[in-house]
Structure formats: structure tokens, C-alpha cells
Design a protein around this ligand. Structure first.
Ligand code: AMP
Length: 218
């Protein structure tokens, strides 16, 4: 399957992508994760990206588009993938369309996680991430077995700088101004399926499986 997950920050895209990738052996392409890795690896473009991310703004289209193009050129990845957090602007969507055409890759679905603002706020303020493997937890909804320790790899959990109250507000504003219009963009392409991002992990996963079955994808 080749999927795009669309929705505001805190909609549960990353969590569902993790579960789906495990279930269906797909590549999880998260621009946020890839950018955080570039920063961690001290690659020069990372410094530029970090300044935007810390403010809750979008990293310039050229930087993220180049990262995605490199990923999609890898045949193992392009066979079956989830794009999580990309595209986030109309320009990124247009660049992606062009890249997909050139590489002869056909998208199956765009899953839109419609999510209430109070769900977003609760999810983001409670989110904790493993420093080592990047797995996402939530203090209330998906707590680790041992406080501050990753169940999977024993790594230390931390709060992302951009998950703080002030930055969260900005990220929601940026989503409403720049990303929300992609719902219409993909609806016109007849690729969009809407699900409720307010659901917990398991029921939402079941909804997604239903959609895949009725689309003849599984
Ligand atoms: P995420 O992990 O998806 O919440 O992304 C964290 C931050 O990375 C965002 O707030 C942006 O600053 C940056 N980012 C991630 N994906 C993109 C994208 N497609 N375009 C521009 N910036 C992005």
C-alpha cells in the first residue's frame, strides 16, 4: 500500500503509522522524524531546519521535498510506504505529484485524521518520545511500563521542544493556514478517506483496516 496520512499535529498519525507499518511491513516516512535525525547527525541543513521547527513553523519546501525524493527513489521503500506529515503545503503536494509521476508510483489513499482541538492539545502536551528509537508514548493514553523508560529499547523518554504549550499553538495555526487546504486537494483527486483522529489507538486502527478492506487493498 502507498498511503498519505493527513491531519493536524497530535492527530495520532505517527502512532497509527507505527502500528500499520508493523502490521503490513510498510516503510514509515515521517518528515518530522527525518528532520530530527538530520539535526541529530549535525548535517548542515539540520541547523536551518531546527530554527523553523523550534518556532513551530514549517521548514522550507525545498528542504523537505529533497529528503522525500531521495526516500522515494529507493525501490524497497517506494513499493509500500506511509507518508506521515508530508505534504504539508499545496506546493509540497504539487512537487510530490510530479515526483510520483516521474517515478511511476501510484498512491492508493490519503487518510485524513479529523481531530478536535482539545484532543490535539491533550495529546501533544502528554507526548513523550524515546531518545534512542523515537517511539511515541503518552503520559495517560500510552504510558511506558517504567516511568521515563522506553518499553522497546530501554532508552530515555523526553518531551519534544516543539510540544510545549506556546509552540503547539503556533503549529495548529500553521496547520490551519497551510496544510488544511490539502483535504480539498486530495478529495478532488478522489483519494481522500476521512477517519476520526479522536479515537483511541485500537479502534482507529480497526477503522483503517475496514477502509483498506473495502478499497480492496488487503
Ligand atoms: P512532526 O513531527 O510531523 O510534528 O513535525 C515536526 C516539525 O517538523 C514541524 O512542526 C515542522 O517544523 C517540521 N516539518 C515536518 N514535516 C514537514 C513538512 N512536510 N514541511 C515542512 N516542515 C515540516
Amino acid at each position: 500500500m502507498r498511503l498519505i496520512l493527513l491531519g493536524p499535529p497530535g492527530a495520532g498519525k505517527g502512532t497509527q503509522a507505527d502500528v500499520l507499518c508493523q502490521r503490513y511491513k510498510m516503510a514509515h516516512i515521517s518528515t518530522g522524524d527525518l528532520l530530527r535525525q538530520v539535526i541529530k547527525d549535525k548535517i548542515p541543513v539540520g541547523q536551518k531546519a531546527k530554527s523553523f521547527m523550534d518556532r513551530g513553523e514549517l521548514v522550507p519546501d525545498e528542504i523537505v521535498a529533497a529528503i522525500i525524493e531521495e526516500k522515494l527513489k529507493d525501490k524497497d521503500t517506494s513499493a509500500s510506504f506511509i507518508l506521515d506529515g508530508y505534504p504539508r503545503t499545496r506546493r509540497q503536494a504539487e512537487i510530490l505529484d510530479k515526483t510520483l509521476r516521474q517515478l511511476e508510483i501510484v498512491l492508493d489513499l490519503v487518510l485524513y485524521f479529523e481531530t478536535a482541538e482539545n484532543t490535539i492539545l491533550k495529546r501533544l502536551t502528554g507526548r513523550r518520545v524515546c531518545r534512542k528509537c523515537g517511539f511515541n508514548y503518552h503520559l495517560v493514553n500510552i504510558p511506558p511500563k517504567k516511568e521515563n523508560i522506553c518499553d522497546r529499547c530501554g532508552g530515555e523518554l523526553f518531551q519534544r521542544d516543539d510540544d510545549r504549550q506556546e509552540t503547539i499553538k503556533k503549529r495548529i495555526e500553521v496547520y490551519n493556514q497551510q496544510t488544511k487546504e490539502l483535504i480539498d486537494y486530495y478529495d478532488k483527486e478522489k483519494l481522500l478517506k476521512k477517519v476520526s483522529g479522536d479515537l483511541d489507538v485500537e479502534p482507529l486502527f480497526k477503522e483503517l483496516e475496514k477502509i483498506f478492506r473495502s478499497a480492496g487493498l488487503t
